[in-house]
Design a protein around this ligand. Structure first.
Ligand code: GLY
Ligand code: MN
Ligand code: MN
Length: 476
């Protein structure tokens, strides 16, 4: 039987051939004589204690081999296409505390690799392959500024090592998803969509925000087998919806949801390392006020405009502006803004109401790699600098489309005091939105040969949301 991994009945079987295909794609870009060596993740203790965080594998390592255990190395010999997994040699006592000690042969079957050895044998095994050069991974993550974890083992100094060739090649390969990877993404986005729907049915004034978070976590894990979420859940209600990174330790989704609040819930499950990232915004009591409808439909109009316009060949910064224009146009019709939309954009009104970028690449990392590789367009100057990529869209890319409109007091106050910006707002109307918070609509989409396939499946129009929150089961 072909090797695969799943979380049991009802969850997706992820075939190990998914990772073998990634290795084939990588080997095609490299030369015989080169051996790729990656080091997997280590467990991380809570400070000086003997308690550890639930382990998460490093994403490049997952991409190459799908191995879930900590403390491993992996090598790919480009000349022979053979794959080598190196596992920690654990003491016999491990079996007492941690369970069955898997043998090298067990690992070979589990991960469908050619050879499995212990980490303490890596230098000897690689020497035997007589490589010209070992390729290790080193390069910046352009979202965090942190550097990828480069493989280091005892005796590596006896090899010629190149740490520049691999990074741009493997990061670029991660940007374009294979059909097998798209299947996993489809699954995790579906599970996360269903979890959001459960939250919408559950949410109501009088609950704490974190109680909604717990419904999401429960569905993703209990039903979908997602042990992790892709990032800290953001469950902002009322004015908290305008705090873009709400949910952190100082604001842990801990407000009581009030009648009249909008909820902005940004949450995504993670399955087999692959990330979903979905935001739903809806009125806590299930019925939009005219003000809520105006702002919500402005954001939905922006989302629809991008879904319509995005296709292979278009530039992502242009999609950002498509969204901004649509949203400003709608807010102008609703009486919140006045003047010419192009002039508004020149004056930066788009950045006052939506200070973040339209969206980002999505995959094994929620803000996935490849946004600003050297061969790609650089980070744009000025107001578009917050975009996590400025790339031209290609089939097989997965991205979020996540326009938003927020009433953020310091940004609105600054605009009010800036004559170049102030003139575009009808302040009497805007002031009615004090404490409103904000709206974001975030979908996970695949770029196809001809356009966009939206993998997200949640109630999105005002009518769909109101109907779903009133009569749940009717939304198909
Ligand atoms: N949840 C993070 C983001 O939307 O990018
Ligand atoms: Mn998000
Ligand atoms: Mn996102």
């Amino acid at each position: 039987m072909a090797a695969s991994w799943s979380m049991g009945p009802g969850t997706l079987e992820v075939p190990m051939s998914l990772f073998a295909k990634n290795r084939t794609r990588l080997a095609e870009k490299l030369k015989p004589g080169q051996i790729v060596v990656l080091q997997g993740g280590e467990s991380i203790p809570h400070y000086d204690t003997d308690i550890e965080y639930v382990f998460r594998q490093e994403a490049y390592f997952t991409w190459l081999c799908g191995v879930r255990e900590e403390g491993c190395f992996f090598a790919l010999d480009v000349g022979t296409s053979k794959s080598y997994l190196f596992i920690p040699r654990l003491p016999a006592e491990y079996e007492v505390w941690m369970g069955k000690l898997h043998t090298c042969e067990d690992f070979k079957q589990m991960y469908a690799v050619d050879e499995v050895h212990y980490v303490d044998e890596i230098q000897k095994v690689l020497k035997g392959l007589n490589p010209d050069v070992l390729l290790t991974l080193s390069g910046p993550n352009t979202d965090s500024g942190l550097i990828a974890k480069e493989a280091v083992f005892e005796g590596i100094d006896e090899f010629k090592v190149d740490n520049e060739i691999l990074f741009p090649i493997i990061a670029e390969l991660r940007v374009i998803k294979t059909p097998e990877e798209i299947e996993v993404m489809r699954y995790v986005v579906k599970v996360s969509s269903d979890a959001h729907k459960q939250v919408m049915l559950f949410a109501k004034p009088g609950l704490m925000e974190y109680q909604c978070e717990s419904i999401f976590l429960d569905h993703c894990y209990r039903v979908g087998g997602c042990r992790h979420v892709s990032y800290t859940c953001i469950c902002g209600s009322g004015h908290n919806a305008a705090t873009l990174h709400y949910g952190h330790a100082g604001a842990p989704n801990s407000k009581l949801i009030q009648p009249g609040d909008m909820c902005l819930f940004d949450m995504g499950g993670n399955y087999a390392g692959y990330a979903a990232d979905i935001t739903c915004s809806f009125p806590a009591n299930g019925k939009f006020t005219p003000e809520q409808k105006l702002v919500y439909e402005a954001v939905l109009f922006a989302r629809d405009a991008v879904i319509e316009a995005a296709r292979p060949g278009v530039m992502w910064p242009d999609m950002h502006l498509v969204a901004n224009r649509a949203m400003l146009e709608h807010l102008k019709k609703g009486g919140l803004l006045k003047g010419d939309v192009e002039d508004m954009i020149k004056a930066g009104i788009n950045g006052v109401l939506q200070p973040h970028g339209l969206g980002h690449l999505l995959g094994l990392d929620v803000h996935d790699v490849g946004g600003y590789l050297t061969a790609c367009p650089p980070r744009p100057p000025g107001p578009l600098a917050r975009l996590r990529t400025a790339r031209r869209l290609q089939p097989g890319m997965l991205l979020t489309i996540e326009p938003g409109c927020y009433f953020i007091p310091p940004l609105l106050n600054a605009a009010k005091n800036n004559p170049e910006q102030s003139k575009f707002f009808d302040w009497e109307v805007v002031d009615r939105f004090t404490g409103f918070g904000g709206v974001r609509i975030e979908d996970d989409v695949l770029i196809t040969e001809t356009g966009v396939e939206n993998l997200t499946f949640v109630p999105r129009t005002v009518a769909e949301i109101e109907d779903f929150m009133a009569n749940g089961a009717n939304f198909k």
